[in-house]
Design a binder for this molecule. Structure first.
Ligand code: ATP
Length: 367
């Protein structure tokens, strides 16, 4: 590598396989690599019911793993403490959203407000040209000079959905070296580099929620028992009672505790009246949605776009028409009615493999 191509790159290291391989790859390519782990949550607050300490993605064990990898590949390594910021910018929003009757996506918030904002700033302060993460997504600069955000090549791992808030400025300073690889290829590389984390499992769904028990997490944060109320159908008939609206999400079937001739699903959550609204599978269908806080990776080409969208991470993109509205809003009409449009989740717009932008689902459109 020529001195000109050699860059100073900060790698966001979680202690997992992906970011460890990212750091090792960039180091092998001859860059000046600096590892940083963010400490975002104090796990000593949490103890499992059996008295064991929880081990989750950003625990001290993971920071220890990241440090050991950094030592092994011989790069400087720092830990930044973002606990206060993470609480304010990610966790408070997560809890507030559930208590408003919505189902939040904290990973998008973390990317938007912490990784590609605060951490990117830190990277700058360290004089880095670029920030690298182990995300499975691709960034390409087009002939138009714009940076384009594309799906990762591994369809099972693609994380582009979580990155829709990235701006041109951010994309210019970020790289995703694993975007063109599959997870098995990344594991092979980890083995080739002899990284001690090569066999480490996948991180859990939400890094700060021990055991994925989000209800327990919410109740630890805000106390149990509030927002208890009635389970009703769309006509207002009372079918049962529940212990808190935040325990329910649109599309949920289990945990209703109601004997009924047909399967019942949660079709709405109203934290104002403390109602969990249930209905048939057909009642889960909606022709579209309205979105707020819409941002664009690349400027929209017209006021009405024929594209596809994902309305949750594990959703196959579906054809839709997007009407771009003033005030960073959008109205989406699906080609065919879609199940379980969930307020609080992100809707992300795609043109083929490219992420055009996205926003936050405010409400399902009426039939
Ligand atoms: N606590 C952290 N400190 C620094 N960087 C982090 C942290 N958590 C996540 N990241 C960065 O964000 C990327 C995506 O995070 P995600 O939680 O989706 O991890 P992942 O896909 O399980 O990857 P990994 O195997 O690296 O943990 C990671 O590859 C890493 O670069």
């Amino acid at each position: 590598m020529t001195e000109k191509n050699r860059k100073r790159i900060v790698v966001a290291m979680s202690g997992g396989v992906d970011s460890s391989v990212t750091a090792a790859l960039l180091k092998e390519q001859g860059h000046e690599v600096i590892g940083i782990s963010m400490q975002v949550w104090d796990y000593s607050k949490f103890t499992a019911p059996d008295g064991e300490k929880f081990d989750t993605c950003c625990s001290l064990d993971d920071i220890h793993d990241a440090r050991r990898v950094a030592e092994q590949i011989d790069i400087p390594f720092y830990v930044v403490n973002f606990e206060e910021e993470f609480q304010r910018l990610v966790i408070d929003d997560f809890v507030d959203e559930y208590f408003r009757g919505r189902t939040p996506n904290p990973c998008v918030r973390c990317n938007q407000r912490v990784k590609f904002e605060l951490l990117l700033q830190k990277a700058r302060e360290l004089g880095a040209d670029l920030l690298a993460t182990g995300h499975y997504a691709r960034i390409e600069q087009g002939a138009d000079g714009l940076f384009h955000l594309l799906r990762g090549d591994d369809p099972g791992k693609d994380q582009s959905y979580f990155l829709f808030t990235l701006s041109q400025d951010q994309l210019a300073r970020v790289i995703f070296p694993l975007g063109g690889m599959t997870k098995p290829e990344v594991r092979q590389l980890a083995t080739r580099f002899g990284l001690r984390v090569a066999e480490k499992g996948e991180s859990q769904e939400i890094c700060f929620v021990p055991d994925n028990d989000y209800v327990r997490f919410l109740e630890d944060e805000r106390g149990a028992g509030s927002l208890a109320g009635e389970i009703v159908d769309r006509a207002g008939n009372v079918l049962g009672r529940h212990e808190g609206t935040y325990r329910y999400t649109v599309g949920q079937r289990r945990g209703l505790g109601i004997a009924h001739p047909h399967p019942l699903y949660v079709v709405g959550v109203d934290a104002g009246t403390c109602h969990v609204i249930v209905g048939s599978k057909e009642e889960l269908l909606a022709p579209g949605l309205s979105a707020t806080d819409v941002t664009w990776v690349v400027p929209p080409a017209a006021e009405t776009l024929e594209v596809s969208c994902k309305i949750r991470y594990r959703h196959h993109p579906v054809p839709c028409t997007v009407r771009v509205l003033p005030g960073n809003r959008a109205e989406v009409r699906f080609g065919e009615p879609e199940k379980s449009v969930t307020p609080g989740q992100a809707v992300v717009f795609y043109s083929g493999d490219e992420v055009l932008g996205g926003g936050w689902i405010d409400a399902a459109a009426e039939g």
